[in-house]
Design a protein around this ligand. Structure first.
Ligand code: NDP
Ligand code: MG
Length: 385
């Protein structure tokens, strides 16, 4: 029997983390759980640990450590707490794949630690590429640590590019569902509620990315993610609103051909692909019916109602530390919206004000980016107050 592939799931209590565990459960002959990590949801982390029996777990919120440690005392599972533990567990020699699925800037350092340990990275945490794409791509080459995208659009592009020369890419069509507010007027957008914004038409996801999908900032972050993953220029990326969410993205080549990847909108498909690449594995997710999906539509995004897209493209083109500023301001603004402190339409305003007044650093180091992130958060918080 072949050795099972051992997987560390960073952020196992989240939407991606839970779906990754489902993929592993359904393929127990191929995959096993080596490490699980969570931030505060200690009870779910405990349940998952008892079910999957990883070698180690990390709870980054240290206040939860005693509770997790005691609950797992009779199992052969090492329990660690804190951010530094996260950076250490990802280097364990027993790990084959690290699924980076912590949300936000908080996922950056552990992703970098896993890359430096030469692990295969299944990358869901798009924010780490947005903030530090240059550094991450360089490190991934230096440490021979392949990055396989989990984000559905980037998995689609990655799949379209298997066997291709990236020099032959003419354009990437990054598809977007358009979110729950696609057909609203600017005036209607002023009054949308948090509850409306959390109702995504096609995907069940964590709160932060669900709000990013409603503002279309998610697509802006994904454009920056694509730029780094596929080494393409901002002008080669076109956002296409495709409300059915069946085509997950497309690549147009210089010879006039365009390739697309289609499936039901189910994140377990790209998660599974990232785990099994370069192979494909048979799965019950193989139930896509083309005749039930015989109407596929495409529109240009509304840049007036959804200014976040232009802000992200501005940051992508200027590069340096500006994508980091964009991301930090967005995390703060989305969090404020999730706590009913600001209106939906205030989110891009806070990002814009933070972004346009920031000290530009052309080639930031990792410590410059950590400082940029801190300062951008402070500025955005002041704007909210
Ligand atoms: P969730 O909010 O559902 O889950 C986030 C996970 O990260 C949880 O396990 C959470 O732990 C953990 N976490 C939160 N804050 C911290 C922190 N400060 N330190 C350590 N761990 C932390 O997010 P999603 O699963 O939706 O998204 C995860 C990533 O994947 C994001 O970058 C997102 O953009 C990307 N992604 C998600 C998709 C989706 O369908 N959900 C699709 C494509 C990309 P706890 O639960 O204990 O708080
Ligand atoms: Mg996506």
């Amino acid at each position: 029997m072949n050795k099972k592939i051992s997987i560390a799931i960073l952020g196992s209590t989240g939407s991606i983390g839970k779906q990754a565990l489902d993929v592993i459960s359904k393929n127990e002959n191929l995959f096993q759980v080596e490490v699980l990590t969570a931030h505060s949801n200690s009870s779910l982390l405990i349940q998952q640990s008892i079910k999957y029996l990883p070698n180690a777990v990390v709870i980054t919120n240290e206040l939860e450590y005693e509770y997790v440690k005691n609950a797992l005392a009779k199992y052969n599972i090492s329990v660690y707490a804190g951010k530094d533990a996260l950076n250490q567990v990802v280097t364990f020699s027993t790990i084959d794949i690290v699924l980076s699925s912590i949300v936000g800037f908080a996922g950056l350092e552990s992703t970098i630690s896993a890359i430096k340990a030469g692990k295969k990275i299944a990358l869901a945490n798009k924010e780490s590429l947005v903030v530090a794409g240059n550094i991450i791509i360089e490190l991934s080459k230096q440490y021979n640590s392949p990055i396989i995208p989990v984000d559905s659009e980037h998995s689609a592009i990655f799949q379209c590019l298997v066997g291709e020369n990236t020099n032959n890419i003419s354009k990437i069509y990054l598809t977007a569902s358009g979110g729950p507010f696609r057909n609203l007027t600017a005036k209607e957008l002023e009054n949308v509620t948090l509850k409306d914004a959390l109702l995504h038409p096609k995907w069940q996801m964590g709160n932060k990315i669900t709000i990013d999908s409603a503002t279309l900032m998610n697509k802006g972050l994904e454009a920056i993610e694509a730029k780094w993953l596929f080494n393409i220029k901002p002008e080669q990326i076109e956002i296409v609103v495709h409300p059915e969410s069946i085509i997950h993205s497309m690549v147009k080549f210089t010879d006039g051909s365009t390739k697309a990847q289609l499936s039901n909108p189910d994140m377990r498909i790209p998660i599974q692909y990232a785990f099994s690449f370069p192979k494909r594995i048979n799965s019950e997710l193989n139930n896509f019916d083309i005749f039930a999906n015989n109407s596929l539509n495409f529109e240009k995004p509304n840049l007036i109602n959804f200014p976040s897209l232009n802000l992200a493209f501005y940051a992508m083109e200027k590069a340096g530390n500006l994508p980091c500023v964009l991301n930090a301001a967005n995390e703060i603004a989305v969090n404020a919206f999730l706590n009913n402190k600001i209106k939906f339409t205030d989110i891009p305003k806070i990002v814009e004000k933070t972004l346009y007044n920031f000290n530009y650093i052309k080639e930031p180091s990792l410590s410059d980016l950590i400082e940029t992130d801190n300062i951008a958060r402070e500025i955005s918080l002041k704007l909210i107050k």
